[in-house]
Design a protein around this ligand. Structure first.
Ligand SMILES: Cc1cc2nc3c(=O)[nH]c(=O)nc-3n(C[C@H](O)[C@H](O)[C@H](O)COP(=O)(O)O)c2cc1C
Length: 284
């Protein structure tokens, strides 16, 4: 990703924005975003097991009150005129792949000074699926408003308080050394600590932070899992882990920590209640 500042700075800067100015994106910004979407290689560590994904910048002007009513964000998003909408072909790792790619776009938008907010639950799926002409073989897992944001309203602040949006779990609940009963401390993490910290700071649906990472105790391999959830909620952790892998991967590349993504399914005792997703191995 070509960015104006270091990836960790952008990750730290990103935060969900639900209150927008009502101004559509100006021509230059629109062009920049369209170029970003056109030139994106649309690859992720999940590409091998995922169908194709595509993303479009779509305007839904607020003055069109009929469309507005149908947007389905239940008043949670105010004043947004433009959205990034994506579709991905149904496949094994469709949501993980989508999560990775959409997060690269959200980070690029953050770097451009624009506000965004992942919306995976509260949006009108059929309206936005029609806008991106999705086929029956595609899903539209999430969208984001994109635009000039304003100070948070009391309602937006209340939403943030409800999901504890400013908080993240501490290291000992997320990262482990060899076994789930052995937390990996920031010091143990060594040069990998910054990569893990970037995972920790990522956004997740309802801020549930479902990612768990176990480091091999002897070598620099990291195994990524999600926690199991109720079936109503189960479509979100795959998006969330895509975001986590995106943060880890982009930060590793930026810090020139070279490794590769593999599907290894390591047999680690105690992980029966987790869902294995992917591993990162440092090049030897
Ligand atoms: C996959 C995903 C889906 C989300 N869906 C919604 C949503 O439907 N409505 C909403 O208001 N926020 C949604 N969010 C935003 C989260 O609530 C937010 O990222 C989290 O509370 C952390 O806050 P932050 O983004 O400001 O760091 C979603 C986030 C993710 C990653």
């Amino acid at each position: 990703m070509n960015s104006s500042k270091p990836i960790p700075d952008i990750i730290r800067e990103r935060t969900s924005r639900r209150t927008y100015s009502g101004q559509p994106l100006d021509k230059a910004m629109r062009e920049k975003l369209n170029k970003l979407l056109e030139n994106h290689d649309l690859k992720s560590p999940f590409s091998e097991y995922s169908g194709k994904a595509r993303f479009e910048l779509i305007s839904v002007p607020e003055f069109d009150t009929n469309e507005r009513k149908k947007i389905g964000t239940y008043g949670l998003i105010k004043g947004a005129q433009d959205f990034i909408v994506g579709a991905v072909e149904r496949s094994k790792f469709d949501r993980e792949h989508f999560g990775y790619l959409m997060e690269t776009i959200i980070l690029a938008a953050t770097d451009m000074g624009l506000g965004t907010c992942w919306l995976g639950g509260f949006f009108n799926k059929s309206l936005f699926s029609a806008k991106i002409n999705s086929s029956s073989n595609e899903i539209v897992p999430a969208i984001t408003p994109i635009g000039y944001y304003l100070q948070r309203t009391i309602k937006e602040k209340a939403i943030r308080t409800f999901v504890k949006a400013n908080k993240r779990f501490s290291w000992d609940r997320l990262f482990f050394n060899g076994k789930l009963n052995t937390p990996l401390s920031l010091e143990d993490g060594g040069k990998y600590s910054e990569l893990l910290e970037m995972v920790r700071l990522g956004p997740s649906a309802s801020n549930k932070q479902p990612w768990r990472i176990i480091k091999d105790p002897n070598i620099n391999n990291f195994h990524f899992y999600t926690v199991k959830t109720s079936s109503v909620y189960s479509k979100f952790p795959p998006l969330d882990i895509g975001i986590a892998v995106c943060h880890f991967d982009l930060t590793a590349k930026e810090l020139c920590i070279n490794g590769t993504w593999l599907f290894e399914n390591p047999q680690i005792l105690g992980t029966e209640d987790l869902i294995y997703k992917i591993s990162w191995n440092e090049y030897k």
